[in-house]
Ligand binder design. Sequence first.
Ligand code: RI2
Length: 323
Amino acid sequence: MDDRVHPEVRRTATEIDTMETRGAATIADSAARALRTQATESDAADAEAFRAELRAAARALYETRPTAVSLPNALRYVLRGMSSTTVEGLRQNVVESADEFCARLERAQADLGEVGANRLRDGDTIMTHCHSTDALACVEAAVEQGKHIEAVVKETRPRNQGHITARRLDELGVPVTLIVDSAARRYLNDVDHVLVGADAVAADGSVVNKIGTSGLAVNARDRGTPIMVAAQTLKLHPGTMTGHTVDIEMRDTAEVVDDETLAELGNPTVKNPAFDVTPPRYVDAIVTERGQFPPESIVILMRELFGEGTSEPWAEPEARAEP
Ligand SMILES: O=P(O)(O)OC[C@H]1O[C@H](OP(=O)(O)O)[C@H](O)[C@@H]1O
């Protein structure tokens, strides 16, 4: 890693890489805070050195996990605030942008929760996959509105983020039934909504989320169960407006099976994709802090929010080839 990158930023990058820090919104929040630290601790001699240092830090954070677009969106937001021509001015720019970003993220999640809660009725049961703070914000708001909600929670192999969801729902007073992933179809008849988060939403309305989401959505459509995706606008992927595709992260196979067991099995090939893509036709609504959208119309919101601004997060308009 570039030696201009502050140890705190390195630590954040490692925590994102190892998934000690995980979940698209949480990753974005910690990346923005890391850039803030890089700025406050910088002893760069001049404005150019300061900018280069911040870009190096952004790259180190960006290279951790490829799929959740909230990460480059956060980096872009903070770096775009650098308008000053002095080190002190730039430091101030980054601190303000990072603070503003984190505050907006929190507000967006609360606003999204209110929108999502309106789709849930008193007495409804939801089915969840993985752990999404955006999805849980909808349940939390519904509970605050006095609605009784129950949940069927998929454990979400291989990392079992469903356990985190079960704990959070229990804290909200929501009764939980925990199931293995392969039991989802069996229980779809008992639920009123599938409620999941997103790591990225593409311009055509496709939803990139934890592996297993697309199969769940197809089964839910077959059973007539509505599928609701909670995704604040930070999850909209600007690059997909200009034809880029979303990279699907392949994680270490040790998450699936340990070396000893692998040897006992005769060393088969193991694949461990972290995410999959659910086509828009299987999604009923994308719930954002700006309201709910049918997936096919999300591109209109994306144009409004991003315009043509889809460059790499660390690239400055006049120095795009440099990173
Ligand atoms: O931003 P929030 O809604 O918290 O999370 C969004 C998504 O991030 C998670 O990915 P991972 O566990 O980091 O691989 C899940 O796929 C989850 O749906």
